[in-house]
Design a protein around this ligand. Structure first.
Ligand SMILES: Cc1cc2nc3c(=O)[nH]c(=O)nc-3n(C[C@H](O)[C@H](O)[C@H](O)COP(=O)(O)OP(=O)(O)OC[C@H]3O[C@@H](n4cnc5c(N)ncnc54)[C@H](O)[C@@H]3O)c2cc1C
Length: 498
């Protein structure tokens, strides 16, 4: 039987990046993906002739010298991923009821723009930016600095919540809301989400913010090509159903079709609940199982994928975060009457650099309980009542969009939509959660999932360790692969450009 050095379960971003690193460094790697398309949240689909992204819409810090640029260089992604810069004066717009505020790119521009809305707050806004920069600068991995201790993040940024931090910056209630306004990017929850998540994300996008042109699957396809080039193997339609262990360690995985594949070690790119489901061994103690399964997850979403009539809608180069509630916090606690309390509207960058948009995505929070009654159904086979549910939700959400962009609905040629069930079924993430495990500043250690499991040769990677998003998952892949290669070796390799 073919034995692999490393078997990676799941071909999400974390699984592919780990496969890239380990196969580049001479290991015999196999990636197993349950779906027929690789990529997890990087998956795209085509509807009415338009290609849609499902979980990677914009990325940051990707200009020469910036952190994601350096990673993209190492992962040979620079030539394969086409990007279009968002509006430097407004890469994100925060819309609160009937007022809008733009986030500008570049720290000075951000301060100037924000001070334009809040002239008396310039010093506080400067202070906010300085503190964000300070927190980010203290994380060695986010700066590709070698590590000499276990401390990866400033402890204050873990124990303080985003809102506590913002409240300490200013007493201006409107500015507080504006600074927290892109919180759907991380599913932020008041008094729970730790500051470091906000700080790292803000810095990441203020540095520079870009949309991916032609589909986020350009990332997974490029990584796939490199992994194969290094001698690795990626198999789709290969769902792992069990991880077999002997008395000391994991020895093989069992696929849904009954095939057994042996490895010296294993990396799970799945949600931690999934991996625990597949392990029936005394090596996993009940206390560990209980701790992991009791962790909360970030909320899921309902998304409408819109195709516009040709040449009717001017391309809008800004991400539009709207709140129809007076506060930006708490939208996850919507009720059926006031849903959606908020939404995120993003045009997809047109392939030909045209001034007209061809498509857009419209995303609103949705809790899994809304679709719970269809939880035993699978994609495309959920019955007419589910279809009706989606039609009704779409109408409500599109009405909200029309209020902010009058006339837009008449320019929609057609649309399709997804629910928390879609995400659950395409990524196997618990309840279709957008960003996996919810980090909690009140129990910082407990809500951190380690790359190490209780099984010595079984590791985890992906958004549930470290953090989510393109940068969080990339750093997570480094943390996982450092178990094989050592972190400082990896950092040197990346700094040397590969
Ligand atoms: C709506 C949405 C919008 C987002 N927008 C952005 C954005 O604009 N910018 C950004 O940086 N980030 C964004 N993110 C976050 C980002 O997409 C994720 O954090 C990241 O892609 C997750 O990667 P992952 O490695 O954890 O794997 P996942 O994407 O969760 O993939 C896991 C993979 O494992 C596979 N798998 C699961 N179980 C099995 C099994 N039993 N056998 C085999 N394979 C299995 C799944 O099929 C899947 O392919 C967004 C996420 C969502 C949901």
């Amino acid at each position: 039987m073919n034995k692999y050095d490393v078997i990676i379960i799941g071909s999400g971003l974390g699984g592919l990046l780990s496969a890239y690193i380990l196969s580049k460094n001479g290991m015999k790697v196999l990636v197993l993906e349950k779906n027929n398309q690789i990529g997890g949240c990087l998956q795209t689909f085509t509807y009415a002739g338009e290609k849609f992204d499902t979980g990677m819409h914009y990325i940051g810090s990707v200009e020469d010298g910036q952190i994601l640029y350096r990673f993209f260089k190492y992962f040979s992604l620079l030539n394969d991923v086409n990007l279009r810069k968002l509006d430097t004066e407004a890469y994100d717009t925060i819309s609160i009821i009937d007022k809008t505020y733009d986030y500008a790119m570049g720290f000075d521009r951000f301060i100037d723009k924000m001070s334009g809305y809040f002239p008396n707050e310039r010093e506080n806004i400067k202070n906010y930016i300085n503190k964000i920069n300070l927190i980010a600068s203290k994380s060695p991995l986010y700066n590709l600095n070698e590590i000499n201790s276990q401390v990866l993040l400033n402890i204050d940024s873990i124990k303080l919540s985003v809102n506590e931090f913002i409240d300490s910056i200013t007493t201006n209630t409107e500015l507080r809301k504006v600074l927290a306004g892109n919180l759907p990017l991380y599913g932020g929850i008041k008094n729970i989400t730790p500051l470091y998540i906000h700080a790292l994300i803000q810095k990441f996008y203020i540095n520079s913010a870009y949309r991916i042109v032609g589909g986020s699957d350009s990332i997974s396809k490029s990584l796939y090509k490199s992994i194969i080039g290094f001698g690795g193997k990626v198999l789709t339609n290969s769902e792992v159903v069990k991880i077999n262990c002997n008395t000391e360690k994991a020895v093989s995985v069992c696929l849904k079709n009954g095939e057994i594949l042996e490895g010296n070690s294993f990396i799970s790119n799945m949600h931690p609940y999934e991996i625990l489901r597949m392990l029936d061994t005394h090596l996993i103690r009940n206390a560990y199982r209980q701790r992991i399964t009791s962790l909360n997850n970030t909320i899921s979403n309902f998304t409408i994928y819109i195709k516009f009539k040709p040449n009717t809608v001017k391309y809008y180069n800004t991400n539009f975060y709207h709140y129809n509630t007076p506060d930006v916090w708490g939208c996850e606690n919507y009720n059926l009457e006031n849903w959606p309390c908020n939404f995120l509207f993003m045009h997809q960058a047109p392939k030909d650099n045209s001034n007209y948009a061809t498509s857009a995505v419209l995303i609103a929070y949705m809790r899994f309980e809304e679709v719970e009654k269809w939880k035993h159904t699978f994609v495309k086979n959920r019955g007419n009542d589910y279809k009706e549910f989606k039609i009704n939700k779409s109408k409500i959400l599109l009405n909200e969009l029309e209020k902010k962009f009058p006339g837009i609905n008449s320019n929609i040629e057609s649309y399709t939509c997804s629910s928390p069930l879609t995400y659950r079924d395409y990524t196997a993430t618990k309840d279709g959660s957008m960003y996996g495990i919810l980090r909690d500043k009140n129990s910082p250690i407990q809500s951190l999932v380690s790359q190490k499991t209780k099984i010595p040769n079984l590791f985890m990677t992906g958004q549930n360790i470290n953090s989510h998003g393109i940068l969080g998952v990339t750093i997570g892949a480094l943390i996982t692969c450092a178990e094989y290669l050592g972190m400082n070796y990896l950092i040197k390799q990346i700094k040397n450009g590969g």
